[in-house]
Write a protein that binds this ligand. Structure first.
Ligand code: ADP
Ligand code: MG
Length: 698
């Protein structure tokens, strides 16, 4: 059997393969493209394509695909085989540089939010050489960006790459000001921790709500949930362990650095975390991870649920986006340094993030907004919809000292001057692990915890990179023109702390008192739903910032806003329709059967013993009929609300109607059905209960 180090990355056309197969010239030229973004010439592309094809065929591949990430949230691929007819009736296997660099899938069935109306229906995919090609099944997958013919991005990778470029550009300006002339590139890195549920396929198949919507729309609280805290980090069951082992193997073959696995808080909930990598690679890898999680589950008779809130009343699933910025020579710019000089630079980058998060709270909230994640944000296991930063006591004290010109406790009793000479050394704060903060500094990186488990991490990182690029730009503009670098730097940092300290909060983010303070005293935003936040994508300040860094065009932003809201409405309407169907054709009839049998029993008892009261049966029948009436009424009401939605014009009013009219009616219907579940004899209940599902994997 091969060891992990022997098969790790065996399905990836990575640097090792490139070095071994390319001529020195081709290798050097491609490396320049990968590391420095230099344009690739066609001769090099042809050589790369030929080598890739030979390598892939040797590994058993017959097809290639431009693998891309349309706005549906999942990945897309159209397979073409390598075959090309030869004159003798046979075939030869071909793959040209042109085919590598550019593809032309029909864009018309992917969401474009109006971009198609004004531009051509066709789209094209363009190779992203910074993310390695890989083999999945029998197909060579080439990571690509997906654009319309007018050049508008129709995917998540394009703006992500643009945002990384923006961050690189502005961060380099800052580094130059600090006298660093050698660094060539600055990149953001991400390690996304992925949560998921594993249930058995039998349970999944028996629940229309899970099959159609990915979450349960009904279900009374089971007698045992997560109250014992006995699942978190608990012993992994053999069936789950077998799943995890095969998952790791598949991921490792694809060069994905799956590192940590453990049980999560809720029963049947688990987590997988990779070692961090460059943001666009981490994004590709996370998309692949989600896909492979589901595929491997099906081989084990299991289903992997990636929905943010598959079960009410137990924890939902998120994705913690650990994010930092590093130079091409490996210096983490969010790591406090050894010297005052390094610390001044660190504090500037720290302030850039603080300013970015405060100025663009709305964009960060928008970047994680989906119908599914709305159920999670603000529930008791997830950060609230209010964004704040946790810095820990030590850094907060440093910032306080700078703001108020008072001595910092850790320093000799000198005033804390930020000049590159006088700033004292301070320790990395590694002690505090505040888990309730949506945006926590964890020593040398930030952990953005609002992402939902099914979200592409591209969206959050696009906004994060862009917003930080904007802060850095403002700083660089000031510093480049400054007469006295040190005092300008000092004043700028001080001012940032003054202006943005409202976003720093080290307390319990789940506390109701905090939400009150955040919104009423500090004036922080609290967009509870997708419908609340999404329209703000088009606020002038957001459009100005994102277009000035060339991350999005105005048209792209408009189209994305529309697509995201459409997605929100469609998801909820599908849920509503599923509920109506389940309530009318499964739940109400089941309750009726039970009540009818109770009535039959009571009649039989009475016939035998006229003196018996049958109080049990009659009071239960009474309650059950009241409930079936309520269920039927609530289902009709919900149905009318869904029908009425057709009359609403415009995507924003439509999303507001979904939020205000449909979602509350869904809750009403659920309440009646869940109550009926607690009164109905189990054998009548038409599908598995929470207890059945959550404890199904043994
Ligand atoms: P937790 O305690 O939250 O589980 P860990 O320390 O295990 O956190 O790290 C979680 C994730 O953070 C991992 O994916 C790890 O690779 C990633 N990570 C560590 N350092 C960095 C960094 N500098 N930039 C981005 N991600 C990082
Ligand atoms: Mg974490």
């Amino acid at each position: 059997m091969k060891t992990v180090s022997e098969y790790f990355g065996s399905m990836v056309f990575d640097d090792r393969v490139m070095k071994a197969t390319f001529s020195a010239k081709v290798y050097a030229s491609l490396k320049q493209t990968i590391d420095e973004g230099k344009e690739l010439d066609l001769n090099v592309a042809n050589a790369v394509a030929a080598a890739m094809k030979d390598w892939a065929i040797e590994k058993g591949a017959t097809h290639f695909t431009h693998w891309f990430q349309p706005l549906t949230g999942i990945t897309a691929e159209k397979h073409d085989s390598f075959i090309s007819p030869s004159p003798d009736g046979g075939v030869i296997m071909e793959f040209s540089g042109k085919e590598l660099i550019k593809g032309e899938p029909d864009a018309s069935s992917f969401p474009s939010g109006g971009l198609r109306a004004t531009f051509e229906a066709r789209g094209y995919t363009a190779w992203d050489p910074t993310s390695y090609a890989f083999i999945k099944g029998k197909t060579l997958c080439i990571p690509t960006a997906f654009c319309s013919y007018g050049g508008h991005a129709l995917d998540k990778k394009t703006p992500l790459l643009r945002s990384m470029e923006a961050l690189n550009k502005q961060a380099l300006r800052i580094l130059r000001l600090f006298g660093n002339d050698t660094v060539k590139r600055v990149v953001s890195s991400v390690g996304p921790e992925q949560e998921y549920f594993l249930i058995t396929k039998e349970m999944y198949d028996a629940r229309p709500d899970l099959r159609f919507t990915g979450r349960t729309l009904f279900g009374a609280k089971p007698p045992k949930g997560q109250e014992m805290d006995d699942h978190y980090f608990g012993v992994i069951k053999p069936r789950v362990a077998a799943y995890m082992a095969e998952l790791n193997e598949e991921l490792w073959k694809l060069g994905i650095l799956a590192k940590t696995e453990h049980n999560e808080v809720a029963p049947a909930q688990h987590e997988l975390a990779p070692i961090y990598s460059t943001t666009n690679v981490a994004t590709d890898h996370n998309q692949l991870t989600m896909e492979i999680m589901q595929k491997v589950a099906s081989r084990h008779g299991l289903v992997c649920l990636l929905h943010e809130k598959p079960f009410a009343g137990v924890n939902g699933s998120g994705k913690h986006n650990n994010w930092s910025i590093a130079t091409s020579d490996g210096q983490n710019l969010l790591s406090p340094g050894e010297t005052p000089y390094e610390n001044a630079q660190f504090l500037l980058f720290l302030c850039a993030v603080i300013k970015a998060v405060d100025d663009y709270q709305d964009l960060l909230r928008i970047s994680v907004a989906t119908a599914g994640n709305d159920h999670r944000l603000g529930a008791n296991e997830a950060p609230p919809a209010v964004i704040s930063i946790f810095l820990g006591d030590e850094l907060t004290a440093v910032l306080d000292a700078i703001e108020t010109d008072t001595p910092y406790k850790g320093a000799e009793k000198t005033q804390l001057k930020l000049g590159v000479h006088v700033l004292p050394k301070f320790n990395r704060d590694t002690t505090d692990r505040n888990r309730t903060s949506p945006f926590a500094f964890t020593g040398n990186k930030f952990e953005f915890r609002m992402l939902g488990s099914s979200n592409s991490i591209a969206c959050a990182n696009i906004m994060l990179n862009s917003a930080v690029a904007e802060s850095l730009k403002i700083y660089a503009d000031k510093l480049e023109g400054a007469k006295d670098f040190e005092s300008t730097l000092h004043e700028m940092i001080k001012q940032t702390i003054k202006d943005h300290k409202r976003i720093i909060f080290n307390g319990n983010g789940y506390d109701d008192a905090w939400i009150k303070e955040a919104t009423e005293v500090r004036g922080l935003l609290n967009y509870r739903t997708t419908a609340d936040c999404m329209p703000h994508l088009l606020d002038k300040k957001n459009v100005d910032m994102l277009t000035s860094h060339k991350v999005f065009t105005v048209e792209e932003l408009k189209s994305r806003c529309e697509i995201m809201l459409e997605n929100y409405c469609k998801s909820v309407v599908i849920e509503a329709n599923t509920m109506i169907d389940m309530a009318k054709t499964q739940i109400a009839p089941a309750v009726e059967h039970f009540a009818a049998d109770l009535a039959k029993n009571a009649a039989a008892k009475k016939a035998l013993l006229p003196a018996v009261s049958c109080t049990y049966e009659s009071s239960l029948i009474f309650k059950l009929s009241e409930l079936t009436d309520r269920i039927s009424f609530a289902a009709d009401e919900l149905q009318s609300a869904v029908i009425a939605l057709h009359e609403v014009d415009g995507i924003i009013p439509e999303s507001e109607t979904v939020r205000d009219k449909i979602l509350p009616k869904m809750c009403g219907l659920r309440l009646a059905c869940d109550e009926a579940e607690t009164l109905t004899e189990k054998s009548y209940w038409p599908f598995p209960t929470y207890a059945d599902i959550l404890f199904s994997v043994r």
